[in-house]
Design a protein around this ligand. Sequence first.
Ligand SMILES: Cc1cc2nc3c(=O)[nH]c(=O)nc-3n(C[C@H](O)[C@H](O)[C@H](O)COP(=O)(O)O)c2cc1C
Length: 209
Amino acid sequence: MKKVLLILTCMLLVFGLAACGSDAGGSTAQDDQTAETQEAAAQPETDGAQTGGDILVVYFSATGTTKGVAENIASITGGDLYEITAAQEYTAEDLDWNDPNSRTTKEQNDPSVRPEIGSEPVSLEEYSTIYIGYPIWWGQEPRIMDTFVESYNFDGITVIPFCTSGSSDIGSSGEHLADNAGSGNWLDGQRFGAGTPESDIQAWIEGIQ
Ligand SMILES: Cc1cc2nc3c(=O)[nH]c(=O)nc-3n(C[C@H](O)[C@H](O)[C@H](O)COP(=O)(O)O)c2cc1C
């Protein structure tokens, strides 16, 4: 009888200690799995391009139209803004498309030109979606946009081009930029005119898959 009691006491001690150990020693693999599942369920959906804190709106704007659209996109999406400025600012003479010798005419006629960027570099690390905007110059993206896309790695980032123009469509400018970037998941772009209402921009953003 004494022996039986001794064995029972030992068993109680062993199981008691094991139970204490599991309480004090933290979680089991199953606990971790459950916690991970709950954590994942609490995360906001970031696959879509519409909203979230990991959005950057990059733009170049010589006369302010693209800047206005970029600001609308940033305010709708909650994204950060980054302006590409030229190291050598574009003057009114530079922008004269009627002059065959103006700076922009010469730049747009030479696909190898890469105007220097003046703004501080930006880190793309924290962003999963980038809207990238520019005016249409001679039916294409300004060459400084090529300088920008060739300077960064867009791996793992969804890139959405947008442009403003007098009347031209976005044409092949988005594809040019994607080709020159050589990385990133580039979506089809969208053209906006001056004075496009914010509701149109919002509808476009909501329609992006
Ligand atoms: C050098 C130059 C070339 C342009 N070429 C075109 C063009 O080919 N098609 C068009 O519709 N608009 C053209 N535009 C008009 C601009 O695309 C339009 O005004 C744009 O909204 C300006 O944007 P920003 O104010 O952000 O610079 C051109 C403007 C400039 C300065």
